[in-house]
Design a protein around this ligand. Sequence first.
Ligand code: PLP
Length: 362
Amino acid sequence: MKIPMLDLDKQYETIKEEVYTAFDEVFTSKRFIGGDKINELEDKIADYCGCSEAIGVSSGTDALLISLMALGIGDGDEVITTPFTFFATAGSIYRVGAKPVFVDIDADTYNLNVDLIEEKITDKTKAIMPVHLFGQMCDMEKINEIADKHNLYVIEDAAQAIGSEQNGQRAGSFGDVGCFSFFPSKNLGGAGDGGMVTTNDESLAEKVRILRNHGSKPKYHHKIIGGNFRLDALQAAILLTKLPHLEKWHYGRKKNAEYYDKKLANISKTPFVKSNNRMIYNQYTLLFENRDEMQNKLTEAEIGNAIYYPRPLHLQECFSYLGYGKGDFPVSEHAAEHVLSIPIYGELTKNQQDYIISTIRG
Ligand SMILES: *Cc1c(COP(=O)(O)O)cnc(C)c1O
């Protein structure tokens, strides 16, 4: 039985009509840049995340980049983050001229180990960039406490965590800014690239809005330098058709995760979800001593699988100038060598799940 890592076919069938209608609306209005669809999506995402402001941008990566720019972080500054994440997290820090400073992760959740943050703070540290990996939030109470004490900004990389909660509060509403991605494999995925910045700070939101349009305000007058970081109206229109389904899709993933948890707990480390967290299962990630063997077995059985992430960022060639080496972040390194993610999308059938489970157990 062939099972892809992500199958968007069934999802598309359920929203096809709405997507066509939305496309037609954009073409008829001919507002391809800016316009009502962007404004409506921004209002709805702000609401969904429990924030007063949301600004649509060109990708999750650009959400991180423009947030750093808007906060004035650049040359000589340091930003604390995790080495066990997608490249964009640290890549964006580098691109504004700042230095990524890594802190190891917690072995249970794969998120930043908050007990190791303070020892990395120097007089150059300007921000902490926690990543809510796989759809579970970092310990934001502790991170905000540290940030307050040392007068640091908090930039949440919530690319994998739209709708995740901690003590009933949504991801993207804890930090100075939250950064979201609409990459097709995220729980709310577009038909291409897209992203969103959330904040409760009105003047910061205004700055992001100006920066996303070359720093232009009023038009053709530039006090600051930005870029083209705009979200397309067509993407916004598609995302608006998908947003009303998001909670149902989260629920489908959760149900599948519960079934896997039950059937795989005694053979692998299944995702550990803290009791005060709502996890949206952007990924369902297992841990195996014999990971590579297990991966081969799944691949041979035509079951989609993926390693997020096989090489921690402190060991990437492009970051060798930072001077880190093997052994510096043992928990991240162990995770990189042993994690394996399996299909979790809500449309998976029981039959498919049973096949995946028996292949892993067999
Ligand atoms: C997907 C992702 C990003 C980047 O988002 P894009 O929209 O692909 O640019 C950043 N950080 C994390 C943790 C991600 O998973």
